[in-house]
Design a protein around this ligand. Structure first.
Ligand code: FNR
Length: 388
């Protein structure tokens, strides 16, 4: 079997991840919600956007470095927040941060991380860490978490707005892979059929750190991911509103970003509330099964706020050409979720770093073939919408 760092593309990394992970964990990462219309739509949407090459341009020197929120990075990519990466591999969030540091891009730590941000900082020196907030019902506990992330050294705060309830992902229920995790015979058999994962992830984590917990939950509410009830105080606030943004704006001195925006009006409101940026995102087609593909709504959001806010996007980025399309439509950068997760499952931190390097090389290749020397030259003249 080939090693993760020899994978040629995302298909090979995904396949390696599929073999390593129990079916329940793999599906948790891979799939969408309900009938997966949004997931299929996502794949189609990228294909409908086409890049029209310009020829006779000297592209000997190409550079895809860029600056996002005041820091230069090696490519316009950020590792997206992904809950429970620590169930993919032991210390999974640390591995992601190490991969990000190696690749020279930021890593956004999730609220529902298995590894605490303090350990990530200690074990991934030099990583540019952002922090993703699921805003809990109990405002004061949520604000304490924000303070904790700040004290640990997170540079950018990303508030996820699109997940006020857990989405309907029936396969997770069938696999026993909801939050909380529900142990079952089927799940146990699945795990036994993946002995490498069982040894390298589950037993190692449990032996070294005890049963995995959500590391950012306050001590009093910190329970094993298998515990049946989660206190209402630390459930995501269904009452989340723009007034919460005003509070966060007062608390957070650095860049503040809203993730999960798909409407131009929401983007305008975000601007009025003093946010610094947004992520145009459908959560990787994991929430609203009738959601549009973010790449399709990106142009109207860039039109509305692009001159004033840093617009990022995600959902379905798999190739460097996807990154080029997003930038040509006005995004400053893209987040990637599944791609580095597959890389990390396939080969730990080097596997995740390899996934990011593939993306960077593909972007540089796309730039060469379309006559662009820097990411700033990836503009509207490059892109057209093809099929109707
Ligand atoms: C996510 N995503 C996510 N987003 C978020 O704001 N908080 C979270 O805890 C999670 N958890 C999570 C787990 C897993 C397994 C995945 C795949 C995704 C969504 C993520 O940040 C991002 O929006 C999407 O993953 C982008 O789509 P792609 O790149 O995965 O196609």
């Amino acid at each position: 079997m080939i090693d993760a760092c020899s994978a040629l593309n995302h298909h090979e990394l995904r396949e390696m991840a599929r073999r390593f992970l129990p079916h329940g964990v793999f599906e948790y990462i891979d799939r969408g919600s309900e009938d997966e219309h949004a997931l299929r739509e996502l794949a189609q949407a990228w294909r409908h956007w086409q890049l029209t090459p310009q020829v006779m341009v000297d592209v000997t020197q190409r550079d895809c470095t860029t600056e996002i929120f005041g820091r230069t990075q090696s490519s316009p990519v950020i590792i997206a927040p992904t809950a429970m990466a620590g169930l993919v591999r032991y210390n999974g969030e640390v591995l992601m941060a190490q991969a990000a540091a190696q690749a020279g891009v930021p890593f956004c730590v999730a609220t529902q991380s298995i590894t605490p941000i303090e350990r990530i900082v200690a074990m991934a020196p030099g990583a540019d860490l952002w922090f993703q907030l699921y805003h809990w019902e109990d405002r004061s506990l949520a604000h304490q978490l924000v303070q904790r992330a700040h004290d640990a050294g997170a540079r950018v705060l990303v508030l996820t707005a699109d997940t006020v309830i857990a989405a309907n992902r029936e396969y997770n229920t069938r696999n026993g892979f909801g939050i909380p995790l529900k142990p079952s015979f089927r799940g146990a058999w699945d795990v036994l059929c993946h002995p490498h994962w069982l040894l390298a992830t589950l037993l190692r984590s449990t032996w070294l750190d005890g049963v995995p917990t959500f590391a950012h939950y306050p001590e009093a509410f910190r329970s094993a991911v298998t515990r049946p009830s989660i206190s209402k105080r630390i459930q995501v606030a269904q009452s989340l509103s723009w007034s919460d943004i005003a509070q966060l704006r007062k608390l957070w001195p650095g860049p503040l970003v809203l993730k999960g925006v798909l409407q131009a009006d929401d983007a305008r409101q975000a601007m009025a509330c003093g946010l610094d940026g947004l992520v145009v995102s459908s959560h990787g087609a994991r929430n609203v099964d009738s959601a549009p593909a973010p790449i399709d709504v990106l142009p109207e959001i860039v039109d509305a706020v692009g001159k004033h806010l840093t617009v990022l996007m995600d959902s379905g980025v798999r190739r460097g050409s996807d990154v080029a399309k997003a930038l040509a439509l006005g995004a400053r950068g893209v987040m990637v979720g599944r791609l580095p997760m597959w890389g990390m499952a396939a080969g730990g931190a080097p596997g995740a770093a390899h996934a990011l390097e593939l993306l960077r090389q593909e972007l540089l290749g796309t730039m060469a073939l379309t006559g662009r020397r820097s990411v700033h030259e990836l503009d509207a003249s490059l892109i057209r919408h093809g099929a109707g």
